[in-house]
Design a protein around this ligand. Structure first.
Ligand SMILES: [Zn+2]
Length: 330
């Protein structure tokens, strides 16, 4: 740990000197100050102790916290290390006051479950503290889908994953966006492969049996960036197309009810993003999808009203569909 107690004052290890009785803020035991040539100053318990602050803190975590603390101070923010938040009974890695806003930075170097992450983030939120997650080196710069889902955050209105690099002592921002992906024949072939595989699974309903015909092109027009449902995108699109085909032509919707309609698709579960306000990412995704329907002439949008003017149409055969797609991508 980086902060100890001395006569009821909190002392940062960087400012501490040998020969004083530093105590653990958690259990009150005397601590050893470790201050080597190559390692940053920190405190450690003596021998075996059952204290919660004893286990599992890597050197990278210690180093990163100290660096983030200094980085924040250089920016002119009021910063404190390892601050105990009594309402949540937990310790924040770095605690900041920026203007009137209380902000916590958690420097994450070890695995963390989605549930634990959600609990922590919501806890901070419930008492008006903003929480940002900086990832350490065990997280590679290219995260997989599951890790992205966990740590994607809004920074200046952009989807961002934040890495703290302890070697360079800098914050690296990786930005992601939900946007339209160009249509390609390779992707279309891949979609059919996915559908064929899904059709073998039990519980996946009959809508994808239609794939002996050519699917409407809108099914293959994808988004790029972040996966938002529990199924591959092609499957979700097939389900939506099926739902739309049961709605009478010229039915009109307010934008709100249109998005509600798209959100409530059978068998679809929207993924949870613990560091984002719940529906923003789903809305962004549905907005791109809606624009694609508009472009393909299935809907028109008149101010705040969406009108369904044609059902996405199947092609008589997969061959016909291929010809249509080829025409579109040329
Ligand atoms: Zn202790």
């Amino acid at each position: 740990m980086l902060v100890a107690k001395l006569n009821d004052q909190f002392i940062n290890a960087a400012d501490a000197c040998q020969g004083k009785n530093y105590c653990c803020p958690e259990c009150g035991a005397y601590l050893i100050l470790k201050h080597g040539q190559r390692k940053i100053a920190h405190f450690a318990h003596q021998g075996n102790s059952g204290c919660a602050l004893r286990e599992g803190e890597s050197y990278e975590h210690l180093l990163g916290k100290q660096q983030i603390f200094e980085w924040a101070r250089k920016k002119g923010w009021q910063a404190e290390l390892e601050v105990y938040i009594p309402q949540l009974e937990q310790r924040a890695d770095v605690f900041l006051r920026i203007g009137g806003q209380r902000v916590v930075i958690e420097f994450q170097c070890s695995p963390l479950s989605l549930t634990a992450l959600q609990k922590r983030t919501l806890g901070y939120q419930s008492i008006g503290i903003k929480c940002y997650w900086f990832l350490g080196s065990p997280y590679k710069q290219k995260l997989n889908q599951r890790q992205t889902q966990k740590f994607i955050q809004l920074v200046n209105q952009q989807y961002t994953i934040m890495f703290w690099d302890t070697k360079a002592k800098i914050l690296r921002l990786v930005k992601l966006a939900i946007k339209e992906k160009p249509l390609s024949l390779k992707e279309v072939t891949h979609d059919y492969r996915i559908l064929r595989r899904l059709s073998l699974l039990q519980g996946i309903n009959s809508c994808i049996k239609e794939f002996t015909r050519g699917l409407p092109v809108i099914c293959h027009q994808k988004t790029l960036g972040i996966q938002v449902t529990n199924h591959p995108e092609i499957y979700w699109r097939c389900l939506v197309v099926k739902k739309l085909s049961n709605i009478p032509l010229f039915a009109s919707f307010s934008l709100d009810s249109w998005y509600r309609l798209l959100k409530k698709v059978d068998l679809t579960e929207w993924l949870k993003f613990p560091c984002l306000s719940s529906s923003k990412i789903v809305n962004d995704y549905l907005e791109v999808f809606t624009k694609q329907l508009l472009k393909s002439g299935n809907i028109i949008i008149d101010g705040q009203t969406v009108i369904l003017i044609s059902h996405p149409s199947y092609h008589r055969s997969i061959m016909k569909q291929y010809q249509e797609i080829q025409r579109l991508i040329q």
